[in-house]
Structures are given as C-alpha cells and as structure tokens.
Ligand binder design. Structure first.
Ligand SMILES: Nc1ncnc2c1ncn2[C@@H]1O[C@H](COP(=O)(O)OP(=O)(O)OP(=O)(O)O)[C@@H](O)[C@H]1O
Length: 444
C-alpha cells in the first residue's frame, strides 16, 4: 500500500478542543479551560487496510475516532471520504454518507440498549436508513447474526443473555447492517478476556476480507495493534508522533515514544528485545501542553544542546529537575528524604545535605560529568538551600533542550513512514537554531 494511491479517507488539520467551562457565567469570567484533545492531525486511510491508532490513555484516540465520523463536531479541519468533504455536504448527503462510515464501541456492555432485543438493535439502522422492511428485514438480521458467528435464532433475546464477546459480535453486526466501507473500531477488544479477544480480532479480519472493509483500529494495547494493523499511527497528547507501516514503525522503533510503548508490552514481544523503558513523569495535561515537542517532558532521548557534554541519563535528570522546580511549591518536594528521616526539617539541613537529597531525588550523580553544567546545578541547589525556588529555577533555565523550542516537522524516512522527532529531522542542528531542512510533510 503506497501513500501515493488515492486514500478512501483523508484527514487534514483535524482539531477537537473541548471547552471545560460549565456555563455562560464561567465563559464570561474566563474560567473555562480548553482541552486540546486532538490538535492538528493529518492521516490517510487506504482502501481495504487497517490503520491502528495507538497511545496511552487520554492521548486523544477516542476523540479522534469520533471527530473523524462527526459523532462529535470537530473544532477545525477536514475529513474527505472518497474525495468528498464531510463537513461540506448537506445534512441529507451526510446522513447517506454516514452509512458508509460506522463505529464500533469499546464497551459491549454499555453500547447495547438493555431494553431492546438483539433483532431490534441490529434492525434499528435498517429502519433508520430505510434499508429493509418486513420479511427482508427479518432475513437480513438473521444473515447479519450468522455473519458474525451467532445463531439467527437469537433475534428475540436481550443483551444481558450474552457474554462480552457475543455482545461485541452483536455490536459488529449492527455496524455491518448498513453495508459500510469504513469502520472505526474503538478499543473493540479491551473489555474482553484475552481468549475472546483473539476470536473477535479474527472475526474482524475475516469480515475485512469478505467485505473489503477499511478499519481505523484504536487501542492502547500495542500487541493488539501490532497484530491487526497494516499501518500504525502513534498518538501522543493530541498529535501524531509517528505513522507508517507496522513493521517500519515497530521493527526497530524510531520515535522514542513508540520505543517506550513497545518496551512496556508485558509479554515478551518478538519486536522488542531491549530493556523496559520507564518514562519520567506522567502524561501532561492537554489543557496546557508542553512547548516544542510535546513529548520532551518525558522523552528518554531528549536532545542536549551543544554547550553541554553530559551523559543522556544526566541530561534527562537535569531537565526533570528543571521542570519540577518550575512547578514546585516547596523545596521539600524536590528532595528525597533519607531512610528513617521522612519528616526531615529542611531549615536545619546543611547545603551539602540538601545537595545530596536533591540529587538523590533526581538520580543525579554527586558531580556532573560536565564541569560547566555542574557549576550551574550547584548554584541552583545553593538557591534552594536559601529557600529561593524562583532563583533556583532561573539558574536551571540555562538548561534548554532544542526539543523544548522546536515543534518537530514530520520527517519522511521514506514515502510511507513519518516521524515527528527532531532526532530524525534532516539537517537538524542541535544548537537549536536551524531545525528543519526537510520537506515539511504533515499528511500521512
Ligand atoms: N467531553 C469532554 N470534555 C472535556 N475533556 C474531554 C472530554 N472528552 C475527553 N476529554 C479529554 O480529552 C483528552 C483525550 O481524551 P480521549 O478519551 O479522546 O483519549 P483516549 O486516548 O481515547 O483515552 P482513553 O483510552 O482513556 O479513552 C483527555 O484529556 C480527556 O480527559
């Protein structure tokens, strides 16, 4: 599958911002905040392929899937289905087009109305879109049940009479009822037992082959995505970090975020032979995402500017200290207390003791390998000892990664594989003044 063929679905500059103000007064007082759940996403889906979308919880996968199908209104951007812009068409045309674009929900327990029979659940889209009535409708429902591996006799039963896997099959039959071209599968197996997961994945595979379906397959579980996807898009904080053919993305991984996700798969994975990578910190808030590369606050491979010559571990730790200091309410929150001295009184500790406590908290050595960096760090710890967090933060401000200052363009490693990381940007100069030099390709 090549990037040059006409895609069945083209997504450009898609944004979904949620406004968290709870009403008119909040908006008036500027109390609401904007959650940038999906922020300028460009993707392509080719006919008959499965595009996996993977990322940690909260990175915007569901919002992306729903915005694509306009189950929620995007804030900005375009979605073209077979060249037709979905936000541009009349409501009648959109209703028609929506039969081609279906959604399978994560939770087979919550997504089926418990008061409706299976026949009515699957029959509803047939009624809404005037697809079949009477005998034809009954036959079609039976046929759909059999297509997903259930008995045609189940039409009078209710969802509670079925297992999780069977309910997900019913959800799939409902999506198939309108004879779609594209299905967005939103974590379709994550609520199911592992043994059942494989059956549903196989079913989706078979259906794809039989009906020529194209899937966008959303999951946080990389091993599932790896298994089912032709191409994979890795999402971080509302953006696409990397996209490409599954093998190219995972074997070996390129983007440091992809690498960390891959290393975290619990089972031994054929595509990952290294150690587990623990990301520092938690996923930042999409209300105020980090500057530059959004992953820089946690990236194990964050770039060091030319003026320092630290080990990568030292550099990561220094940046962690800087980030924590800028948010710190107290000096104590920047220290680790030695065993047995949890309630240590920081006003009574010497500069040397504080120095040790801060370095221990951030896994910094007693002396940094770069003397200039060591001088800055020691001066910052001096300020902390004086209780001056702002002054310490100021000193630590000398440590600036290019990754904080530049948003990476999507580097094109070949026609199909794009990586949004400065490490892969051709002509990137780590002094941070001349990022770029690539074809600024943003469409995937
Ligand atoms: N209706 C909403 N209002 C405000 N914020 C929202 C809303 N829905 C989602 N969010 C926020 O948008 C961000 C992306 O959420 P989303 O559910 O799309 O992520 P996800 O990757 O699908 O996560 P998960 O796997 O946990 O569902 C999160 O920070 C979430 O808290």
């Amino acid at each position: 599958m090549s990037d040059t063929s006409d895609p069945i679905l083209r997504i450009e500059g898609l944004k979904k911002y949620y406004d968290t103000s709870s009403g008119f007064v909040d908006s008036l007082l500027g109390r609401g905040q904007t959650v940038k759940a999906v922020d300028d996403v460009a993707l392509k889906l080719h006919e008959g392929e499965t595009l996996g979308v993977v990322g940690e919880s909260g990175c915007g996968k569901t919002t992306l899937g729903r915005s694509i199908l306009r189950l929620i209104e995007p804030t900005d951007g375009n979605v073209y289905y077979r060249g037709e812009e979905l936000t541009d068409v009349s409501s009648t045309r959109l209703r028609r087009l929506k039969t081609d674009l279906q959604y399978i929900f994560q939770d087979p327990f919550a997504s089926l109305d418990p008061r409706m029979t299976v026949g009515d659940i699957i029959g509803e889209p047939l009624d809404v879109h005037g697809i079949a009535t009477g005998e034809e409708r009954i036959d079609r429902i039976g046929e759909l049940l059999e297509t997903v591996g259930l008995s045609a006799n189940y039409t009078r039963r209710y969802p509670h009479e079925f297992s999780g896997g069977q309910r997900q099959r019913i959800g799939i039959a409902r999506a198939l009822a309108v004879d779609p071209e594209i299905i967005v599968c939103d974590e379709p197996v994550s609520a199911l037992d592992v043994s059942v997961q494989a059956q549903i994945l196989n079913l989706l595979d078979d259906l794809q082959e039989e009906f020529g379906l194209s899937y966008i397959f959303i999951a946080h579980d990389l091993s599932v995505v790896e298994h089912i996807s032709d191409r994979v898009a890795v999402m971080y904080l509302g953006e696409i970090a990397e996209v490409g053919p599954t093998e190219a993305v995972f074997s070996p991984p390129h983007h440091p975020y992809t690498e960390a996700l891959l290393s975290a798969i619990p089972e031994p994975d054929p595509l990952w032979e290294g150690d587990r990578i623990t990301l520092s910190g938690t996923v930042p808030s999409p209300i105020d995402p980090p500057s530059g590369c959004r992953f820089h606050t946690r990236c194990p491979r964050i770039i060091q500017p030319d003026e320092f010559d630290l080990t990568q571990t030292e550099w990561r730790s220094i940046v962690d200290l800087k980030l924590h200091a800028s948010d710190a309410k107290s000096v104590k929150s920047l220290t680790t207390t030695e065993e047995g001295s949890v309630d240590i009184d920081l006003s009574a500790v010497s500069n040397d003791q504080l120095d040790r406590l801060v370095r221990a908290e951030f896994s910094l050595p007693g002396e940094l390998s770069d003397p200039e960096a060591e001088t800055i760090l020691s001066a910052a710890i001096d300020r902390l000892h004086a209780g001056e967090i702002a002054a310490a933060t100021d000193r630590l401000g000398a440590f600036v990664s290019p990754c904080e200052r530049h948003s990476p363009e999507q580097y094109r490693s070949d026609d199909t594989h794009r990586i949004a990381c400065l490490l892969y940007e051709q002509g990137f100069d780590s002094s941070g003044d001349s990022a770029g030099g690539t074809d600024a390709v943003v469409e995937n």
